[in-house]
Design a binder for this molecule. Sequence first.
Ligand code: C2O
Ligand code: CU
Length: 459
Amino acid sequence: MLSRRSFMSHISSVALMTALPRTATAAGAVDLTAAPAQQQIAPEGYPGTGIWAINGRMPGPLLRLDQGTRLRARLMNRLPQPTSLHWHGIRIDNAMDGVPGLTQDPVPPGGSFLYDFEAPDAGTYWYHSHAQSVEQVERGLQGPLVVDEVEPPEVDHDVVLVLDDIRLSQEAQVTDDFASPRDRSHAGRLGNLVLTNGREAWSSPVRQGDRLRLRLINSANARIFTLGLEGFRAWQVALDGMPLALPRPVPDRIVLAPAQRVDLIADVTAAPGAEAFLVHHVRDNGYAQAAFPVSAGSSAARSAPDPLPPNPDHPLDLANARQLVLKMEGGAMGRMQDAVFQDTTHDMRSLMRLNQFWALNGAVGRPETPWADLSRGETVRVEMVNDTAFAHAMHIHGMHFSILTPAGTPGPLRDTVLLQPGETRHVAFNAHNPGKWLVHCHMLAHHAAGMGTWVNVRA
Ligand code: C2O
Ligand code: CU
């Protein structure tokens, strides 16, 4: 059991209770204005932090729509930089994917762009800037996106928890070392303050016996969260938005890489007067990532939840799959000798001078021609090889992939997979969604330093 004393950030939780503002999107377009703002992020006594926010705060508003309906959102750029929005995990119409230079022009300062797309899958997603993302996502251009099932499971509380970190100066301002060669060549930009829904301490009251749906979203630049639950009996029901065929009891440790999500159904078992926790584990310490003060309710145990209703299926034909390799190389303490950057082969020393450190299949940065040119509907099997000394969170836009088990059978669907140093994983997907799809590491400084490519799916 964790002792209260080990909870570094658990301070006067009641005063800090907060809910995410919800933006109704039933009809018409929702306005999303990207602009500078101020927010109290550091603990009491520190000044407010200058952020770049969607509609005034970070994370931005909870966007919520019903499965199969459309989201129409007008992005207005009031920032000093071009920007865009990417709808992470949505199997979206390619033109709405939000990748400057691949699917749209960046939205210039003063400009706007209408995102208009259908959400075919229910689940927990998020949106974030896809321009200068090391800086723009860090400064706050990100928010949660929930697509509701036609028949959602019955719960007492549906709780969205955006887990993040941020690097602040002593004056509580976002440090502007966004191009730091050390971050780019090592683990990425890690913050010095861990946040839940934009706060250093987050809590919300519950009753004993309440059933919660916890939607955990890792929106951090590079932090891998290792999480646990205290005072709950809980099941995992979805990963990266996609339902698991069978709910699984929550393991001791949930590892959530940047951009990944997990949905949990969690019944409060802690006694009235106590607190239940989402715990953030850092080595041997546990910190309160989110706290749930418990009042009297019912102590009767509930039965395990049913699986969530499945999303549309795009079956795999593994026997006839196209085989691809995605080899990750480079970084500090790596063994990459040279790689191609902008049509020229550079040795590692020369790449370092260009502040570039990583390659996918020998190429640094998004090449002119796609890594693969795929036929619509074909099955693609990818061997992902992490030949580096760091972990990477590989994300494929536009299509979820199945993580193959060691026996080669399809496992759960994800849109982002974590590869530990030296690790190889096999994934497979049905190339059902035509268009130009980015493939990159979601440690955003790695992407900026070369770890990105793309696939084309022919119409
Ligand atoms: Cu969440 Cu290419 O992004
Ligand atoms: Cu990476």
